[in-house]
Design a protein around this ligand. Structure first.
Ligand code: HEM
Length: 213
């Protein structure tokens, strides 16, 4: 979730963009991450979230959280392939947006669906495996969100900070399995997200081996 820590081997051959270009791209990334929330709020206010708006809201927030986690994982390969190391600084923004969507996802489930009945939430965590896995993924995300500032990178040391952020390689499969377990009929969407995760991990393994060679 950090923007300042570079990925190994990502070096620029391009001219540094101007401050204005930089801010413009940053604004666009921010808008793209924020747009699904605005779209959901708009649909909600217009009563356009279908027959079961609460379920739709919970699901859409969850799916956007997962998509942004995957986008965050795709930034390093994209920066390497496009030889654009400045892309790396968007990892923190995208990661924090993913976390925010997942907080809202959890909040809409606990608040809107369970009316803050924490006893029921605890029962769900114990009895419904998809909730257990979702909660596990959420708990693991917390240290990543908390340590996403430059101050934490300095305090922990870059190597330890990077090792902590390997948790993301556990969080995404937990999120995907959470999704897989809860769908009843069409398993294709979670399988597609799982395949994307495998591709992104495969690239990392290949890249590491190639650099070692
Ligand atoms: C990293 C953490 C998480 C991710 C990535 C995630 C992702 C998702 C996704 C993708 C869906 C399905 C969306 C769809 O059907 O289109 C979903 C549904 C759901 N999630 Fe999560 N989730 C996470 C954490 C949690 C947590 C912590 C809870 C609650 C404790 C939770 C409760 C639910 C519920 C209740 C549903 C809807 C189930 C239904 O409609 O039957 N999720 N989540």
């Amino acid at each position: 979730m950090d923007q300042s820590v570079s990925a190994p081997g990502v070096a620029s051959r391009r001219k540094r963009p101007s401050k204005l270009q930089d801010n413009l791209v940053y604004g666009l990334v921010w808008l793209a991450c924020f747009a699904p929330l605005v779209w959901l709020a708009w649909k909600g206010f217009n009563g356009d979230l279908g027959a079961n708006p609460i379920e739709k809201l919970i699901r859409q927030l969850g799916v956007w959280g997962l998509r942004l986690l995957l986008v965050g994982l795709a930034i390093t390969p994209a920066a390497r392939i496009l030889k654009a190391p400045r892309l790396l600084r968007f990892r923190r923004t995208v990661g924090l947006f993913a976390f925010s969507y997942i907080v809202l996802h959890l909040f809409s489930y606990v608040g809107v669906d369970l009316f803050f009945d924490f006893g029921q939430l605890w029962k769900d965590i114990l009895k419904r495996p998809f909730i257990t896995l979702g909660m596990g993924a959420f708990v693991l995300l917390i240290p990543l969100a908390v340590t996403s500032t430059n101050g934490w990178v300095v305090r922990m040391g870059r190597a330890a900070w990077q090792r902590l952020h390997w948790l993301i390689y556990l969080i995404v499969p937990l999120g995907v399995t959470h999704y897989y377990l809860l769908v009843k009929a069409d398993h294709r969407p979670p399988v597609i997200y799982a395949a994307l995760f495998v591709v992104l991990m495969g690239w990392r393994v290949w890249d590491r081996l190639a650099r070692r060679a």
